[in-house]
Design a protein around this ligand. Structure first.
Ligand code: WQD
Length: 340
């Protein structure tokens, strides 16, 4: 069975990617330090897959741990999710973000080289575009100064990967620039588990719908958009997971020194108010919201041009906004009233 290491595999996108890999005939191996994920996710995966997923509790910055994993398994490739990813937090503890997100990639690439593992899919982010000058945004749209240390670590990691390939390394790399992942596995056995007060829109919406949060604040309705609220490209996490499988499969017959990058979004932009109205429709519940001040660092509007990912990887989204919100809501109902 072709083994794929998923770093941060107990996380939101990582766990859904583990399911997609198994469904495509791969054997996922997870490493996670559980700093921003929960071991219950492993039980959810076993419930969906009817078998356990092999995992290691550890940190990608721990070279000895990484060498142990590569020694004990016959890895075909790696999907690298593990990173600190909270935009706001990154402005408070930038050194932790630069150290964790950059050192872990370097240690991973060095370990891959040591064990002759060539294929890596890297989790990047549309945040590298900042507020793009053209919409929908293409892979060739110039990157901008990052809005946060988190976003800057993504730009730096992309540069590390391209320089690694330029040096002639025997590696085959795909970077995927995510837009806004939302939703959950249709079984409601895995989903998004924000720790504490959610920073992101959709978990805050579902927690408000569930009565965990009293109301949601819409961060500004005075933007230059049709309804004044910010526009994003919300992509179902199952579609995003599928893009990772397509990337691993695509790398398998590439030459030994390869790099490419893809936007992974739906190609559609939706405003905050459109998300709220769509949630009210799929849940059948009115949502308690108020209009508040803009959030520092928010960009006004971004959504993906997906021509390249569909023509080159043969990937396209299967789900729309309402499907994702329905799955997110069912997951919230499964979680009940617990605040994680
Ligand atoms: C979406 C919209 C908010 C909460 C971030 C990272 C990005 C990626 C996804 C990691 C914005 C508005 C939100 C609320 C609101 N993370 N909002 N009230 O900021 O687009 O992207 O998360 O890779 O890199 O930058 O996502 O969900 O936080 O916000 O009005 O209570 O919802 O202002 O317009 P964002 P988000």
């Amino acid at each position: 069975m072709k083994q794929i290491l998923i770093t941060g595999g107990a996380g939101y996108i990582g766990s859904h990617t583990a399911v997609a890999l198994v469904n495509a005939g791969f054997e996922p191996i997870i490493i996670d330090n559980f700093s921003n994920s929960n071991k219950n996710v492993l039980q959810g995966l076993e419930a969906i897959l009817s078998k356990p997923v092999k995992y290691y509790e550890g940190d990608c910055n721990d070279r000895k741990m990484m060498e142990k994993i590569f020694k004990e398994n016959d890895l075909q490739g790696v999907i690298h999710f593990a990173a600190s990813k909270a935009v706001g937090e990154s402005t408070q503890i930038p050194l932790t973000y630069y150290s964790n997100n950059i050192n872990s990639l370097i240690i991973l690439l060095e370990t891959m080289k040591e064990f002759g593992v060539k294929d890596i899919v890297f989790s990047s982010s549309c945040t590298v575009y900042g507020q793009p000058d053209e919409l929908p945004v293409k892979e060739t749209t110039p990157r901008k100064d990052a809005e946060s240390p988190y976003g800057n670590t993504k730009k730096i990691c992309e540069d590390i990967l391209t320089d690694h390939i330029k040096s002639g390394a025997e590696a085959r790399v795909i970077a995927l620039r995510y837009f806004n992942p939302i939703g959950a596995h249709p079984s409601s056995k895995i989903g998004e588990l924000p720790l504490g007060v959610p920073a992101n829109l959709v978990p805050f919406v579902t927690q408000t719908g569930a009565g965990i949060r009293e109301k949601i604040t819409v961060f500004g309705d005075d933007y230059n958009t049709p309804d004044g609220t910010c526009i994003r490209d919300y992509i179902h996490v199952m579609d995003l997971a599928d893009a990772h499988v397509k990337s691993i499969e695509y790398l398998a017959d590439k030459k030994n020194n390869f790099f490419d990058l893809f936007n992974v979004g739906t190609g559609n932009g939706n405003s905050v108010m459109e998300v709220i109205k769509a949630f009210e429709k799929v849940s059948g519940k009115p949502l308690n919201y108020e209009i508040g001040a803009r959030r520092a660092g928010d960009i006004e509007k971004v959504w993906a041009n997906t021509d390249k990912v569909s023509s080159v990887l043969g990937w396209s989204p299967k789900y729309g906004l309402e499907d994702a919100l329905k799955d997110a809501w069912n997951w919230q109902l499964h979680l009940g009233k617990e605040k994680v």
